[in-house]
Design a protein around this ligand. Sequence first.
Ligand SMILES: Nc1ncnc2c1ncn2[C@@H]1O[C@H](COP(=O)(O)OP(=O)(O)OP(=O)(O)O)[C@@H](O)[C@H]1O
Length: 294
Amino acid sequence: MEHAICVRGLTKRYGDVQAVAGLDLDVEHGEVFAVLGPNGAGKSTTVEILEGYRRRDAGEVTVLGRDPARPTREWRSRIGIVLQSSDDRAELTVRETLRHFATYYANPRDPDELMEQVGLADSAGKRIRQLSGGQRRRVDVALGVIGRPELLFLDEPTTGFDPEARRRFWELIEGLAHDGTTIVLTTHYLEEAETLADRVAVVARGRVVAQGDPATLGGRATARARVAWSDGEIETDTPTEVVLELSRRYDGEIPGLTVTRPTLEDVYLRLIEAEEPSAGSAPETPAEPVESTP
Ligand SMILES: Nc1ncnc2c1ncn2[C@@H]1O[C@H](COP(=O)(O)OP(=O)(O)OP(=O)(O)O)[C@@H](O)[C@H]1O
């Protein structure tokens, strides 16, 4: 079967800024795919092109079998989008909002069940403008999934969530993924990507610089382990031997023992640093935005 999303050689320029610079990407049906990258890397631009809300300059793009530059109503109804927050329904209650949006779809989720799932049941009668930032975000997510989309785009979905709300949200996403929804997620939370994503892509300067299973990205699983204890630490390829040796030395329990491998954040930061223009060389783009002449 063809990929849910297929991108080859995608480019997009805004004036002097090359926002997307030859990006390749495949997302399989049913997977959770996280797009990581620093501010300005080109993530939102790419996702907006995939959603059919931004024109590309060049490249081949297929989303659910169609070119998103030529969207149809039927194609749009198969896609759910959660943007970086919207306030336009401020005077309606949560329940009214969900019921209203449910009428747009042929086979919507039940609004009451959905409010329960996203943790909004207690706020059902509140007006949107009375909600906290985190609660509004849950409304956004509920609206993104109410039409049972095959493909769901989530743009930084848990920004502003407290830890408990984030956990509940992750459970909701895991449930959707379990039911077969393909999910594309942009996030700055590495833990979120690690928890939810089957695969991640790291985008820097408009290109994918690494992609794969978050557990093995950038050689993570085979990287040297760090064994630390209260009197020292060592990097090693054979942590078991080191621990056995230490155990003999201490004749039992090793005080303060930890054995760690690079975290996803370690690997991510290394990849991003490698992409930054090296110190002393001239940057490709000015650090400060310059006024473009009309
Ligand atoms: N509408 C626009 N007009 C001009 N430049 C833009 C526009 N949208 C984005 N850019 C520029 O394109 C580059 C990529 O931006 P984009 O929003 O795609 O990055 P991002 O990876 O999503 O960043 P963030 O993590 O901050 O959301 C940036 O340099 C940005 O300033």
